[in-house]
Design a protein around this ligand. Sequence first.
Ligand SMILES: O=C(O)CCC(=O)C(=O)O
Length: 247
Amino acid sequence: MKLNADQQEALLRDGYAAVPGVVPAAPLAAALRAINHSLGQGLPPADLPVFRSRSFCPELQRAPVILDLLRATQAWLLAESLLGEGSIEAVRSGQIALSFPQTEPPEAPYPHLDGLHTPTNGVPAGEVRSFTLLVGVILSDVTGPGAGNLTVWPGSHRLYESYFRDNGPKSLLGGMPPIALPDPVEVTGSVGDVVLCHYQLAHAVGANTSPHVRYAVYFRLKSRGHDGRRWECLTDLWKEWPGLRAR
Ligand SMILES: O=C(O)CCC(=O)C(=O)O
């Protein structure tokens, strides 16, 4: 399974591409069942800030029922078509990303790159835990805005690449590059769709003023040896993407 020409173009230009109908019904149902069972055990309110920034249902993050959404489906072949067959480090956990309906008025989302220290995300200060490709599996329909959508700033990956070329990649240790970004887009999709994002794409979770919980699972994939190349990748966006460079 490969991206079609439009999807490849979207990934290059915008930094993300949505691919419909990648994950079949059985693994989706198994994952949702496990997640909902876990939620039925109760959510300790004190843990919510960490759950939001790391993962809900932490006991499931390494469970086959979650990992199989990626490793036992075409999602893995899509990732290999981009990063190279046999070129992806083993993926040992997924992030169970839930967005519950809010009662307060929506606020504008704040763009971030993953792997920068925050008080709740477990990343130590002074480190950047980058990766290559974010694979999002949509577990509940997100058909319009305001439903806890993955929100992205299209093209921000290229703007940041220029910024890091001018200011040095380690400037990221000081926080998000202070540059103006284009308007954000709330990504929509249906159960079983996959969203592929370049690491360097600014993103956030959007407000959820819908009546429904938004369910998604995210996997953070590294090209083999990424940690040794992480700073170079910030100034050379497609260094670890032979499937896109070869087009
Ligand atoms: O929940 C989402 O859709 C986005 C989550 C996110 O921004 C993140 O985990 O870095």
